[in-house]
Design a protein around this ligand. Structure first.
Ligand code: B12
Length: 253
């Protein structure tokens, strides 16, 4: 009798359980997604090919990511398989994956899981490494000593994935374009082109061309003067160098 009296109405208890679960979800789910967002960091990702194409040049927030792997990712040898791999934390591969998904058009990645020491990149969109080509990773303008999955990032870091033409020659140095954020219509302004070497040290580059009609090549100190009629986006290129970042200069009257 007592036992019967103590037994709870199963309907009542299951709705109570559901209520508790619902409340817990309300309280903890946003907290969990806030925690995930908090562990994401803003980083800058560039993806450039040896022919000077700039596939991606943007700042993204990145954190733990799941990337695809493919049997077609054979650029580094071995026998990769189709699947996915969770990449923990903010990494150079995760940042690339995030940026590639946001890119217009989207740039699917070709990734190898053939090696136990990490994932290797074989392709970004239509640009897959073939023959002697390979994707090189630089982190804050220096070649990374580990793969993209193990290259850990912090806020403000700069990642470059460069499709190199051949592993039989040293990779070219990376151009960087420095320009003011804004100017007035028709006013002369100075921009500068420098190049990072493997040690991450910058030097001025002479003869670099801007992707702006009428702009003169840079002088020995890396400078050139330009005048803009409207807000413009441009980059710098020079023979034997990796194309620079794109800058946007806002022009007001
Ligand atoms: C040659 C070589 C390359 C060549 C391979 C192509 C070729 N046909 O030769 C190229 C230039 C492509 C290359 C690229 C890179 N490499 Co490398 N590479 C080597 C090296 C010197 C020899 C590998 C080898 O031939 N082993 C002998 C063969 C028989 O064994 P294997 O297992 O079949 O070798 C293959 C793999 O090693 C693979 N491979 C080579 N490098 C890398 C890097 C990653 C992340 C992956 C997944 C696979 C991979 O390519 C080899 C040839 O098929 C080793 C150092 C060493 N002594 O092991 C570094 C080494 C493997 N590479 C390394 C690194 C860091 C890279 C890069 C990330 C460099 C960069 N900053 O971009 C990139 C890969 C980026 C990407 N696309 O994901 C590191 C890996 C360390 C780690 N634990 O993550 C090593 C150990 C050098 C080091 N720092 O000590 N590499």
């Amino acid at each position: 009798m007592g036992r019967m009296e103590k037994k709870e109405n199963p309907m009542k208890s299951s709705s109570a359980v559901r209520l508790v679960i619902g409340l817990a979800l309300l309280i903890f789910a946003p907290a969990a997604s806030q925690a995930q967002a908090a562990s994401e960091v803003p980083v800058h990702v560039r993806v450039v090919t040896f022919s000077g194409q700039i596939l991606i040049d943007q700042t993204v927030r990145t954190g733990t990511t799941t990337v695809p792997t493919s049997t077609r990712a054979t650029c580094l040898g071995g026998t990769p398989t189709n699947g996915t791999k969770r990449v923990e934390g903010a990494t150079a591969l995760g940042a690339l994956h995030t940026a590639a998904r946001l890119a217009q058009p989207r740039q699917p990645l070709l990734i190898s899981n053939a090696f136990d020491f990490g994932l290797g990149l074989c392709g970004v969109g239509a640009s897959a490494a073939s023959g002697e080509q390979w994707w090189e990773l630089t982190h804050n303008h220096k070649p990374s000593m580990v793969g993209g999955e193990a290259t850990m990032l912090k806020a403000g870091d700069e990642v470059l994935w460069f499709l190199s033409e051949t592993y039989n020659l040293p990779s070219p140095d990376e151009l960087t374009l420095v320009a003011p954020e804004g100017t007035k219509t028709g006013r002369w302004m100075t921009v500068r082109v420098l190049a990072y070497n493997d040690a991450g040290v910058r030097r001025p580059v002479e003869g670099a061309a801007l992707s702006l009609e009428g702009a003169a090549p840079t002088n020995a100190a890396g400078y050139t003067r330009i005048r803009l009629a409207q807000t413009s986006r441009f980059a710098a290129r020079a023979e034997g160098f990796i194309a620079s970042n794109r800058v946007v200069v806002k022009v007001s009257r």
